[in-house]
Design a protein around this ligand. Sequence first.
Ligand SMILES: [Zn+2]
Ligand SMILES: [Zn+2]
Length: 384
Amino acid sequence: MKKKFALGILVFFSISLREAFSWGFWAHPRINRMAVFCLPEGMFAFYKANIEFLSRHAVKPDERRYAVDFEAPRHYIDLDHYGKLPFSDFPKKWDDAVKKYTEDTLVAYGIVPWHVQKEYYRLVKAFKNKDLENILKISAELGHYIADAHVPLHTSENYNGQMTGQKGIHGFWESRLPELFGENYDYFLGQAYYTKNPLDEIWKVVIESHSALDSVFKFEKELTKQFPEDVKYGYENRNNVLVRSYSQSFSKAYHEKLSGQVERRLRMSILRVASFWYSAWVDAGQPNLDEFANQKIEINEERFDKLLKNFIDREAHLIPILEQFWGCCQGDAPNYAFYLDRIQKASIWEKPYILIESLLFTETYHKNNQNHKQAQRSCKNHLH
Ligand SMILES: [Zn+2]
Ligand SMILES: [Zn+2]
């Protein structure tokens, strides 16, 4: 088991260069789920019958980031790398953008608009073929990328506040805030609308997101001046583990200062996800899906397991290093047994997330415990 544990950490470190979370495990499934209720007759019954599938698959693209290298850039676009709002002379079409900036540059700074466009046309094709499994898979994943494009921090090189001394702001805005306050948001949205040009529409989304960045950074900075460090952050008991996080009071103040921004972006995500599904269906000639209303597509975890295994095989040489890393905490670190137990019981797609949590916890423990200064040093030697 020890070996398996180390494998997961390896997966974590390989992706830690770029943020690992999008809206997160709370919001992504919810966005896809709520989008179903904006669909018209002819689509609704089939989507509703498969709402669990659509929720479960909403996080697939993030899981894949642990396994394959090409996945990450599909989730964002660092617009500020290229200039400033309103980006009127930015070439919106892929070929034109490649001509101006080269493909390598585009991939390096994120490709979310073009990936949404690509998935959209795959969905049109799946509708035309009445390929039920692909209709659902592509809908779910398209939903993920569209939702990501609504997050302001997915449109900036300073995506985690790392350039402005605001590290951690990414997960704070898109995961912590919706987890704390999202239950009270208004999820009543109208009907999905038809959008003639999906590429124009998704560009509208990322530019909206980018326009919202200003307040995301500014308000955090202003509040940080009012909150001493020990009030800004706090420790929280999550599943019997103490985790350092933005405090409740700081979160509440920030959420209020943003005056509904997170809710607005979440709501727009839902409506847009439904509207892209609906438009693809219209472009495919509105095939009647009501006849498949009783067809429930099985959730198959096998493919992801395979991807993860391939990745692990490829990076096997790193395993001893990671084992040493855990060696310095093992037995001694609090909750080691607890995490080991959770890892053993977790499904393969949950493992990386539990590992991240345990790792953050261990790091905090090292920092706060004199006896672990030595251990911290040896961890650092292995990892930095
Ligand atoms: Zn994502
Ligand atoms: Zn994100």
